[in-house]
Write a protein that binds this ligand. Structure first.
Ligand code: NDP
Length: 287
């Protein structure tokens, strides 16, 4: 007789807008491959101001967890029982785990970035890193880099975001051992000569603005600098084209995205998904 277990195990993403979030494609490809027959990833538009209701619903329906994306990554902290040390330092949560009503927040954006670096055989210990942007992705990346022993982080930021950038500088200076400085991004940015790693942590180049690139002097990038983009779609941005044309080592944000999605699955199910299956599903969804 066939097993009769129709109970759904629910996870998903809360965001607004969220319709173009490809999480469902990546996660459900992994569920199929892991033979997690009754697991569902739901893409849920939660309007600003309704996150509290959504979190109650999550508990009532016994979701195993949820991803939070713009604009809920910070407000969600209000509804959690526990925080991972990195999420506490970052001040933002993109993954919630529900252990029978006890909600723990974590942040896998920076961890996905670190695994991507490792995959590219780049060790940030003792390195000088330049990070463009100071939003959620930049915060997560800077905190993980600092915890991993980067020597110096330069945050390059548009003047409109002065408070955001300064807040990040203060967090890093007060809570970690990294040296940190802040550059107001006015006009074309020139890279410091001793930089080892350059990260674009802004949305510049993200679909549909696929021809945009950060305003930096690409000829000022040193010959041995490793270049990392956070943009997962398209996988090959104009920023990365500049790196490629100068024979620099680079990686797109796609692997970072897959890594963090894989971490989410492990946190929710305890299983390790096949990242290649997830990557193929993502490429299929965006091409
Ligand atoms: P945020 O809105 O929190 O931060 C973006 C930062 O970039 C802000 O400081 C923003 O300033 C700045 N910025 C925006 N436009 C420009 C511009 N034209 N010139 C200079 N700076 C600019 O977004 P997130 O940090 O959450 O996300 C950033 C990008 O990272 C997104 O494209 C997202 O898709 C990607 N991402 C990728 C992940 C992955 O796994 N690959 C994971 C998480 C994010 P302002 O607020 O003033 O506009």
């Amino acid at each position: 007789m066939k097993e009769q277990d129709y109970l759904d195990h629910l996870v998903g993403v809360f965001g607004h807008p969220v319709a173009e979030n490809p999480g469902v494609v990546i996660q459900e490809a992994a569920f199929r491959e892991l033979a997690l027959r009754n697991w569902r990833f739901l893409t849920i538009d939660v309007a600003p101001g309704r996150l509290g209701d959504a979190m109650l619903g999550l508990k009532a329906m016994n979701f195993r967890g949820i991803n939070c994306t713009i604009p809920h990554k910070i407000e969600v902290l209000t509804y959690l029982d526990k925080l991972s040390p990195a999420a506490a330092l970052i001040g933002a949560v993109n993954t919630v785990i529900n252990d029978e009503g006890v909600l723990t927040g974590d942040n896998t954006d920076g961890k996905g970035f670190m695994i991507a670096l490792e995959g590219a055989h780049v060790d940030p210990r003792g390195k000088r890193v330049v990070v463009l942007g100071s939003g959620g992705a930049a915060r997560a990346i800077c905190v993980e880099l600092a915890l991993a022993g980067a020597r110096h982080i330069t945050i390059v930021n548009i003047p409109k975001d002065l408070a955001l950038g300064r807040g990040l500088v203060d967090t890093l200076a007060q809570k970690t051992k990294v040296e940190v400085d802040y550059v107001s991004w006015e006009g074309t940015y020139r890279m410091p000569e001793d930089a080892d790693i350059l990260v674009n942590a802004t949305p510049i180049g993200l679909y549909p603005n696929v021809d945009d690139k950060p305003d930096i002097d690409y000829d000022s990038i040193g010959k041995s600098v490793y270049v990392q983009d956070v943009i997962p779609n398209p996988a090959f941005t104009p920023f990365l084209r500049e790196a490629e044309s100068r024979s620099l080592k680079w990686q797109s944000g796609m692997q970072m995205l897959i890594n963090q999605a894989a971490l989410n699955i492990t946190m929710w199910t305890g299983l390790k998904p096949d990242k290649e299956v997830m990557r193929r599903a993502f490429v299929g969804a965006i091409s």
